[in-house]
Ligand binder design. Sequence first.
Ligand code: UDP
Length: 354
Amino acid sequence: MSFPFLIFGGMNNNPKYILVTGGAGYIGSHTVVALSKRGYIPIIIDDFRNSNRDVLERISALVDQELIHFSISCQNKERLRGVFSQFPIWGIIHFAADKSVSESVENPLKYFDNNMGGLVSILELASEHEVNNFVFSSSCTVYGEPKKIPVDESFPVSHNSPYGYTKKVNEEMIEQFAASQSGFKSTLLRYFNPIGAHESGTLGEEPNGKPDNLLPYITQTAAGIREELTIFGDDYDTPDGTCIRDYIHVVDLAEAHVEAMNQLENPPTPIQVFNIGTGKGTSVLELVKYFEKNTGEKLKYKIGKRRKGDIPAIFANTEKAEKDLRWKSRLTVEDAVIDAWKFEQFIRNKRNRE
Ligand code: UDP
């Protein structure tokens, strides 16, 4: 493998290596692109349990660089230790985790094992190798069912599922670890609903099997892979009766990680928490309409029963991220549906060629 600092030499005299666990995944891959474009050197750790190996080639084509990557599970501390010994890692972004709410209800132990175990092993290695800059991929699921909206970072944390429980406990684990570790700093990013794809249409969300999430289900329905979309309930106490979420474009979300890394150089406090959303709520029906309007595709859908565990409405108060992280979403839900549709077609064409 070639060492990118040789390639980068003249451009950046002191490039920082960032370990990105889950770097071939949906949010991870976009973040790797954003980090590379801003002069960081990402090191991708991914065992491809929920991602495709050819994502690496697509990332590499977008950033026009060779990538450093290792196919290792986050729980394989021995092999990961080799990576920590080989590179002077400056920071870590920890994405690698299981993320399906419904699967976590069926199989909570899988979530406790992977989401807790992966974090413990990464923090142990961070401690051993004195890597003090840590960004954690958290979720608005830690707000449970909030008493009012928009939610800000001071709201009480709670959980609605084993998956949500792992995120809540992971945040607390990082806080307690930081208190024990002089110099360790961490930023916890609570994502709202990431959607969309890279504007090139070559990176995006590639769920294994039937999608859980709304926009991939919409694009797969429009592509003829799914029969029709079921809207889970239209009898909620919202203007059109369907649930409201804060859909954040994945490219904006990726940028938030770069800002968080930049800020860890000199953060105001060792632990910081930010909501990463748009501050705007969109209903399920509105998202369907945006999709139809912006792609010209007619979507087949029906109204079904409520999905267990869904909360009626949530969206972010993003003032803290705007003020302290100097980050704000730039792209719209309409951009996201256009990009996601582009990606759906890219994937179809790719599969047809294979
Ligand atoms: N949803 C839906 N049909 C689907 C998938 C999702 O109506 O096939 C709704 C779901 O009930 C929720 C919203 O879309 O109100 C967003 O769901 P998603 O699973 O994408 O994210 P969540 O907010 O649950 O994490």
